[in-house]
Design a protein around this ligand. Structure first.
Ligand code: GLY
Length: 388
């Protein structure tokens, strides 16, 4: 067994949430390390990268909406800063989103979403089917109406992940390309991790940012272990040949037979079609049924997709939490903070998470906008509290 140099901050997990935390920590002057066998991997390699605070609004998630909007507002500066730091093009496309309805039930659902959006002060415009097709001529003739949301954009998460690895390297972040096997706790304080190779990595502060794996790191006390579970998403990638461009000029999405389907067109010609949502534990098998349902639903929206080459099928694991919102900030174990549980919004929430975690590491507290997302909301006391 060997012991390596202690860093000020050790981040467990090198997905985009761990990387942005490490990058911001290094920028604040902390010596910073990341432990992950494959930095830049994880859910970002599968995600479509919709920055969809408005079209992914759900009843009961108004608090999360505030954080989503705060992060969406940061995106232009965040993307520019990351590109300046690395020279990487992130595929940030301010193209807006069109959410459409195919039948009367879908239309009712979308009208309700529109009401909720307006009540929440969000910009969203109701369009007839004809107006939808004027915007996106590839849409099926049967589209019955839709919501135009010009503020919901997209970015390429694979490029973001690659750029964050480069930005971290340039900022002096050390990468330990291995698994953290367990958290080491010394005198009631998180003191680092032991890797699968038996190396002890010491740190002044530890951040657990391992996505859906965060809920099962050995050594974390039971009452501190985040209640995070994997939620499988199967995603397809197609290619739009140049002769068909522009195939779609913005993200197009719908709820078809109760399932979300979205088509995200990149400037590169890639068309991402997602996603299933499956509670199947750690399974990441791409299934015939999953691919069939996505293609069937996407085809109902945009019949022309059957002409396109299908270039990739993949499944990833969203880190789901009990209230669909992330867990950010200090835990009841001194020295251990969390940045996990981002569920459907990991890419969108990357900028605000980086800023919030830098604040946590510097001051020991969450900034005001992130306070509702303290992991302590799921603590033993909170779970046993009864309404008066
Ligand atoms: N935010 C899209 C998804 O999780 O499928």
């Amino acid at each position: 067994m060997s012991r390596t140099r202690t860093s000020d901050v050790l981040v467990i997990g090198g997905g985009i949430i761990g990387l942005v935390t490490a990058w911001r920590a290094a920028q604040r002057g902390f010596t910073t390390a990341v432990v992950d066998p494959e930095p830049g991997g994880g859910a970002a390699q599968v995600a479509a990268g919709m920055l969809a605070a408005v079209t992914e609004l759900h009843y009961g998630e108004q608090t999360l909406l505030g954080l989503n909007l705060a992060s969406a507002r940061r995106y232009p500066d965040f993307a520019a800063e990351l590109t300046d730091a690395t020279g990487h093009d992130l595929g940030y496309r301010r193209c807006g989103t069109l959410a459409v309805a195919l039948d009367a039930d879908d239309r009712t659902h979308l009208r309700e979403l529109h009401t909720l959006q307006r009540r929440s002060g969000l910009d969203s415009e109701w369009l007839s089917g004809r107006e939808c097709r004027r915007l996106e001529p590839m849409l099926a003739p049967g589209v019955r109406g839709g919501l135009r949301v010009d503020g919901d954009h997209q970015i390429d998460p694979r490029r973001v992940a690659g750029a964050l690895v480069a930005a971290c390297e340039r900022a002096g972040v050390v990468f330990h390309r291995t698994w953290a096997e367990r958290l080491d706790v010394v005198r009631d304080r998180a003191a680092g991790v032991t890797t699968t190779g038996g190396t002890e990595l010491g740190a002044g502060q530890v951040v657990l940012a391992a996505g859906s794996l965060s809920g099962r790191l050995a050594g974390v006390p039971d009452d501190v272990l985040p209640p995070v579970r994997p939620v499988k998403g199967q995603v397809l990638r197609l290619t739009v040949p140049k002769r068909y461009a522009p195939f779609l000029s913005r993200t197009v999405r719908a709820v078809v037979r109760g399932s979300q389907v979205y088509l995200v067109p990149r400037e590169s010609g890639e068309l991402v079609v997602g996603a299933t949502s499956e509670e199947l534990g750690w399974d990441t098998t791409v299934t015939a049924g999953g691919v069939y349902e996505l293609l069937r639903d996407a085809h109902e929206l945009v019949p022309g997709i059957t002409e396109l080459p299908l270039t990739e099928t993949r499944a990833g694991l969203r880190p789901g939490s009990p209230d669909n919102a992330p867990l950010l900030g200090p835990t009841e174990l001194a020295g251990l903070s969390l940045a996990t549980g981002h569920y459907r919004n990991g890419v969108l929430l990357t900028p605000v998470t980086g800023d919030a975690m830098a604040h946590v590491l510097t001051t020991g507290e969450l900034p005001d906008e992130a306070r509702p997302f303290t992991p302590r909301r799921f603590g033993a006391a909170a779970l046993t509290e009864q309404p008066a």
